[in-house]
Design a protein around this ligand. Structure first.
Ligand SMILES: Cc1cc2nc3c(=O)[nH]c(=O)nc-3n(C[C@H](O)[C@H](O)[C@H](O)COP(=O)(O)OP(=O)(O)OC[C@H]3O[C@@H](n4cnc5c(N)ncnc54)[C@H](O)[C@@H]3O)c2cc1C
Length: 401
């Protein structure tokens, strides 16, 4: 039975029967809901956990934004100055809670959407959600994020490993690893920061397994945030930006080749376009130079007796392995049948544009822009609301004026 009335509301509104459903109560979903509301369009956020900002609540303790406070705020509410320039994880969560409250967003928690499909008459969208619910909306914004489903490589022998093996998503802080020998796998921003955190919390040995040498940038140089450069260069030709970054890196960063981190052959912006954002230095360079974080080859396989075989043939026996190997977008079950994902499971379009085959279906937050994801989601939210107001003007529910 199709029931278009959402279940429990945290904020009550009159219930015109075809809202825009926003799937996910993270920064992307909240900002889209606000932007729709600002245009007088009723938006209902469906969030599977019990709170907004669920991803941020799970992140490790020492995490701070590496984008500036000012350029990380969502539309319609600045972040307070007292949060400082680099906002802590807890303050991001506080901000998201405040954001939902301040804009009086209509949020339904504890509801997971499992599948999105066209209504049989083709005039809207039918969402299948927790408890057999079926919700009908005029348009849908998918804002489920890409850091909820850990990607743990299927290393041969992994299940027989006798040491501790966890994904970075389960890591909170370095205290449980004091005095222990730890291998961190993967040198994205998360792996790099966890390695430093382990050193600072007294791990006896920290090794960082690297498959592809990363680009490393300073979060800020003489007060100039790396994010500013990211914004300035994002429309320049890729080859030019690659060259500029190469020169800048030679001037600003030490050569770590002797420590196992040579300068990458592929340009920084080329890598970004391939989906790999540079590592912001929050202590890795210093730790590598001092030998407190040792760079080792990628993991090949796990062997009996707690041993790990690395790609260069070395065998090591750490007490614990932390896999900072990223996340999968996991959009297949939700929208895969609508022919809106590319071969890598990414939405074919995002922001204001809907896929040709799915008018009124929008995606936000599934890119990894050099200029900062929060900033881009804030910009996209306004564009999505404008597109929905324009294209769905006759079918979306409007709030009383
Ligand atoms: C460690 C880390 C640090 C980052 N630091 C920065 C930074 O400094 N600056 C920056 O600009 N960006 C940063 N990002 C990137 C990005 O801004 C964040 O990941 C941001 O939280 C993404 O927002 P989102 O709304 O797209 O996804 P999320 O924050 O992941 O929110 C998605 C929400 O959807 C819910 N959900 C998922 N599936 C369903 C479903 N089927 N039904 C209902 N609800 C569902 C989840 O519970 C979650 O609450 C960082 C990312 C990570 C992982």
């Amino acid at each position: 039975m199709a029931d278009s009335t959402p279940p429990t509301h945290t904020t009550a509104h009159p219930t015109p029967d075809r809202p825009v459903y926003v799937i996910g109560g993270g920064p992307g979903g909240l900002s889209a809901a606000y932007a729709l509301r600002a245009r007088g369009i009723r938006a209902v956020v469906l969030e599977k956990s019990d709170h907004v900002g669920a991803s941020w609540r799970r992140h490790y303790d020492r995490l701070h934004l590496h984008t500036t406070r000012r350029l990380s705020a969502l539309p319609g509410l600045p972040m307070p100055r007292r949060f400082g320039r680099w906002v802590s994880r807890d303050d991001v969560v506080r901000y998201l809670e405040k954001y939902a409250e301040h804009h009086r967003l209509e949020i339904v928690t504890g509801v997971e959407v499992s599948r999105v499909e066209r209504t049989p008459d083709g005039t809207g969208w039918l969402l299948h959600a927790t408890g057999g619910r079926e919700l009908t909306g005029a348009a849908v914004v998918v804002a489920t994020g890409y850091n909820h489903t850990p990607r743990l490589p299927d290393w041969p022998g992994r299940s027989a490993f006798t040491g501790e093996l966890l994904h970075a998503g389960q890591y909170r802080n370095g205290k449980p690893y004091a005095g222990r020998d730890v291998l961190v796998v993967g040198v994205g921003n998360t792996g790099a920061e966890i390695a430093v955190d382990l050193v600072e919390n007294g791990a006896s040995r920290v090794r960082l397994a690297v498959r592809t040498v990363p680009h490393i940038v300073r979060r800020s140089t003489a007060g100039w945030a790396a994010q500013y450069s990211g914004i300035l260069v994002r429309r320049l030709p890729v080859a030019l930006v690659d060259r500029l970054c190469r020169v800048q890196a030679r001037l600003a960063l030490p050569d770590l080749s002797a420590h196992g981190l040579p300068r990458p052959d592929t340009g920084l912006y080329t890598r970004v376009k391939q989906g790999a954002i540079p590592v912001q230095d929050v202590g890795l360079i210093d730790a590598v130079r001092k030998g407190r974080v040792e760079i080792v080859a990628a993991v090949d396989s796990f062997e009996d007796g707690g041993k790990i075989l690395l790609a260069d043939g070395t065998r090591i026996s750490p007490d614990a392995v932390i896999a900072a190997t990223g996340y999968v977008r996991a959009l297949e079950h939700l929208v895969g049948h609508l022919d809106v994902l590319d071969a890598r499971g990414r939405p074919v379009v995002h922001g204001a544009r809907s896929p040709k085959t799915a008018p009124g279906l929008h995606f936000t937050g599934f890119t990894n822009p050099i200029s900062g994801n929060l900033r881009e989601m804030a910009i996209d939210a306004v564009k999505i609301a404008k597109a929905i107001a324009r294209d769905g003007s006759g079918s979306v529910s409007r709030l009383p004026g």
